[in-house]
Write a protein that binds this ligand. Structure first.
Ligand SMILES: [Cu+2]
Length: 686
């Protein structure tokens, strides 16, 4: 069983255990010996199942089983054993007789209280896991114990005027509560970064204190203490004014404004747009060009920026409001310049109130092609988004229909611009997954009948040669996204022939339904491709055996925390939420290892700005296929990802969950290069 399944099972069993003990106690108090005895039996079995599920999690190497073993399990076992010893014999006797006297007997506190007590103890274990979260500490354990004990005493006192040793028990409980509360709520001095920084003592100086108000988190203040060290403002880290020799300048103008967009079906959706369209205009360049984008804001009142997702631009061009620039207000503008050094499929989006902004349509595609290769065949860039509640591919809420002559090379560039993963299937042809997040894979093999799970923010490039039968791309096993039909004509002429096909898409798609045999069947049962085992291995500049200059561990979870000054049931990293998550500080040239662990029940697509990371392992298993360079990796519940990168792009960078509503609820932090400062003081970065 996978860790994820075990976690779900453990949760189910723990809730069942608490509910069974609790209702056994209630049934006893309500003079129902038979019901109480039956529920008692269920509680016993559930408790044993809970012991098994925790031990199974331990066996699976689950990182956080320790807190279950040290807190939840002892509480449950002790309280369950006490309840069995104290209430069990009387309950069974009463259930056998079930007369008036026995009904009165099970109502006694000596039966009901231990049963309810076991229920409280089991509940405390759930509270510990889901509300308090990681990291567990002695203070919370003590506090929970005191609360459970207090509840037992309170119940007992409510059921009976005489509770033996009540005063002593109350006093002990109160002392435990005060002690636990002190340990939990009184700050224990300094906040330190989770990662070990072997680079020297100056490392933490650039981060600010990690406590207190927003201002303390701006790198500029902390860096004042970097005495004698060279400092650079992030605003100096900009792209060049002219392209490298041989490169052209590609100028684009993007104006953010609200508009109503019309989808291919005629459906109208109110949106936030670039140049009145969703997605924004596709940006294309040839490797070595200088991309120059003038961003204007017409009427997006919350402001707008451009972030180049997956593109390792200079930090000052990264478009993070409050960190690398101020958000562009209505009437304002900002010019971005960077060299198109990386080939492949990328996208851009606003980073100001990005959860709402991207959802409303402030995004578009960026594709960079290699120099000196003429475009051939059919090349489709396909951003998939949920707009106004429907899945759209590009600007279409109906299948895009194209024609291509058999033999035509076809490339499909899939981009997930949503907050959650999408599953793609391609039917009707064998194909290869040739690039992930813009980087070519090594030796990708032929695929068919597999599902491709694409992380939020991620990209897959699929390539195949057009067969003589139709080909169908489907999203989430239900939405037909692209249909390519063969046309008679000279091979290789597909691109030209496809031009006229878009206009008649609606009619074609109706006529063609049923014409793709492989795709008409169910795709939901197709197994998911494991990327870590796809393609062929190749040498990488570093491996899990390399010596790392920095190691950072990020535990992703949910819990109560302050985010932007408001208490919230936040999405947390190492128990804290933005802006209280310590900044990760690196030095230029460092080899950095990030270990990202998902302790919660939701998927977190992790995204580091400005760097591609090499996947070292997932759940302790090394990558055995092609090297995987990703900018967004999908950390599913229970998973442990170990990735690494060379710190070779100085600046101040966001490191965050690309489920942007999670980022909004605290799941983001900064990665800062020593000595880089920001003149911007807003802690807001999302
Ligand atoms: Cu997330």
């Amino acid at each position: 069983m996978t860790t994820d399944r075990l976690m779900a099972l453990d949760l189910l069993v723990s809730v069942l255990t608490a509910a069974a003990w609790m209702s056994a106690g209630v049934a006893a108090a309500a003079r129902r010996p038979r019901t109480a005895a039956a529920l008692f039996a269920v509680a016993l079995v559930a408790s044993l199942a809970r012991v098994w599920s925790v031990l199974a999690l331990a066996g699976a190497g689950w990182w956080f089983v320790q807190e279950k073993i040290t807190v939840a399990l002892p509480l449950l076992v002790a309280a369950g054993a006490a309840a069995t010893a104290l209430a069990g014999p009387r309950l069974l006797r009463a259930a056998r007789r079930a007369d008036a006297a026995s009904r009165e007997a099970v109502k006694a506190p000596a039966v009901a209280v231990p049963l309810l007590g076991a229920g409280y103890a089991a509940t405390a274990g759930i509270v510990q896991t889901f509300l308090i979260g990681y990291p567990a500490d002695p203070g919370t354990a003590l506090l929970l114990l005191a609360v459970a004990a207090g509840a037992v005493l309170g119940t007992w006192r409510a059921m009976s005027t005489h509770v033996p040793g009540l005063r002593t028990a109350t006093a002990v409980t109160a002392v435990a509560a005060v002690l636990g509360g002190t340990l939990v709520f009184v700050p224990s001095g300094e906040t330190t970064a989770e990662g070990s920084a072997t680079g020297g003592t100056a490392a933490m100086a650039a981060t600010g204190s990690g406590t207190g108000s927003h201002e303390h988190h701006s790198a500029s203040e902390g860096s004042a203490s970097l005495m004698g060290a060279e400092t650079r403002p992030v605003t100096d880290l900009r792209g060049p004014a002219a392209p490298p020799p041989g490169g052209a300048v590609r100028r684009f103008e993007l104006t953010a404004r609200t508009a109503t967009v019309t989808l291919s079906s005629g459906r109208k959706v109110p949106a936030w747009t670039f140049n009145g369209q969703v997605p924004g205009p596709p940006l294309t360049a040839v490797q070595g060009d200088l991309v120059e984008v003038r961003l204007r804001n017409a009427d997006i009142t919350s402001g707008v920026t451009l972030h180049w997702h997956g593109y390792d631009v200079p930090s000052g061009e990264d478009g993070v409001p409050g960190l690398t620039q101020e958000a562009v207000p209505p009437g304002g503008e900002f010019v971005y310049r960077f060299v198109a050094a990386q080939v492949g499929t990328y996208w851009y989006h606003t980073h100001e109130v990005s959860d709402l902004g991207v959802r409303m349509g402030l995004y578009g595609t960026l594709v960079v092609t290699p120099k000196g290769t003429a475009a051939e065949g059919l090349d489709l860039t396909l951003p998939v988004h949920t707009l106004g509640g429907v899945t759209v591919t590009g600007d279409r809420d109906q299948p895009l229909v194209r024609q291509a002559a058999p033999g035509t090379p076809v490339r499909l560039r899939l981009i997930n611009t949503d907050n959650t993963p999408h599953r793609f299937t391609l039917a009707g042809t064998p194909y290869r997954l040739v690039a992930v997040d813009g980087t070519d894979l090594n030796g990708p093999g032929t695929l068919g009948r597999v599902g491709l799970r694409l992380a939020a923010g991620g990209r897959y490039d699929l390539a195949f040669t057009m067969p003589s039968d139709p080909v169908l791309l489907r999203v989430d096993d239900r939405t037909d996204s692209v249909r390519i039909t063969p046309e008679s004509g000279p091979p290789g002429d597909g691109a030209a022939a496809a031009k006229g096909a878009g206009a008649s898409a609606t009619a074609d798609s109706a006529a063609d339904s049923g014409a793709v045999p492989a795709a008409d069947g169910q795709t939901a049962g197709w197994p998911e491709l494991d990327l870590t085992r796809y393609g062929a291995p190749a040498p990488t500049p570093f491996t899990s055996r390399s010596r790392f200059d920095r190691n950072f561990t990020l535990v992703l979870d949910r819990g109560f925390a302050l985010t932007n000054g408001r208490p919230a049931y936040a999405h947390t990293v190492n128990g804290a939420a933005f802006p209280d998550i310590p900044t990760e500080v690196v030095r230029e040239g460092d080899l950095v290892r990030l270990t990202v662990v998902n302790r919660g029940r939701e998927t977190h697509p992790w995204h580091l700005h400005g760097h591609r990371v090499l996947v070292l392992s997932r759940d302790g298993r090394s990558v055995t296929g092609s090297p995987l360079w990703l900018d967004t990796f999908d950390v599913q519940p229970g998973q442990v990802w170990e990735v690494a990168f060379r710190a070779a792009n100085p600046g101040l960078w966001m490191n965050h969950c690309h489920n942007l509503s999670h980022a909004d609820l605290g799941m983001m932090l900064h990665l800062a290069y020593e000595g880089v400062t920001t003149p911007f003081h807003g802690a807001h970065s999302g």
